[in-house]
Design a protein around this ligand. Structure first.
Ligand code: COA
Length: 165
């Protein structure tokens, strides 16, 4: 590898919404890698609350001051997107043993689709291992306080969307 080559990683996900658990992974990755591309998957099979563009905008806002973090969106196969970005490393967070099987299937499939692609895992901070985006949506829908789980701008945005709906 060329010495001045940038070590970039793609952190893909639905991020509907981005949670403090995701933020923890992104921050840690940005001190390990030169560039972290947080990429929102456009997935019409998964029903979502925020539009893809709302999610991109919200994540950009959260990381506005971190120059190592780039925010993007992608449609179709992750391996094709990674190739188009010229990035061979995918990052995923592992919260509990329950994540393991799904993550292993995805990492193996992606590597079969393109043998250059490697997936690296970061163990989620125990403080956030119980969080999921669905749980947060439920809490907000039911009038609960989600400030412990999502940054303030995202909580505000979600409340706004839920009021309109
Ligand atoms: N902290 C908190 N929550 C976390 C988390 C963390 N560190 N890591 C994952 N989660 C949660 C998410 O909030 C989400 O919760 P939800 O199910 O309640 O919404 C859940 O874990 C999983 O979501 P996410 O990490 O966003 O993954 P995903 O399963 O929605 O998306 C893709 C996976 C987008 C990476 C995958 O579907 C993909 O690559 N799609 C592109 C098409 C493709 O290439 N398919 C073949 C893949 S082999």
């Amino acid at each position: 590898m060329c010495e001045d080559m940038k070590r970039s990683v793609i952190y893909p996900g639905s991020f509907d919404p981005l949670t403090n658990g995701h933020i923890n992974i992104i921050k840690r990755a940005s001190s390990t890698f030169d560039e972290v591309i947080v990429s929102v998957a456009i997935n019409s099979n998964k029903s979502s609350l925020m539009t893809v563009d709302q999610r991109v905008k919200a994540i950009k806002k959260v990381f506005a001051k971190n120059k190592k973090v780039k925010v993007d969106k992608f449609e179709g196969l992750l391996v094709q997107y990674a190739k188009s970005k010229k990035v061979n490393t995918i990052l995923r967070g592992m919260r509990t043993v329950q994540d393991f099987e799904y993550e292993m299937q995805m990492a193996t499939s992606n590597n079969k689709l393109n043998s250059k692609i490697e997936t690296v895992f970061m163990v989620a901070d125990a403080k956030f291992s119980h969080i999921s985006s669905s749980l947060i949506k439920d809490i907000i829908k039911l009038g609960g306080n989600a400030e412990e789980f999502v940054p303030e701008p995202i909580e505000k945005e979600l409340k706004k969307i839920l009021k309109k709906g």
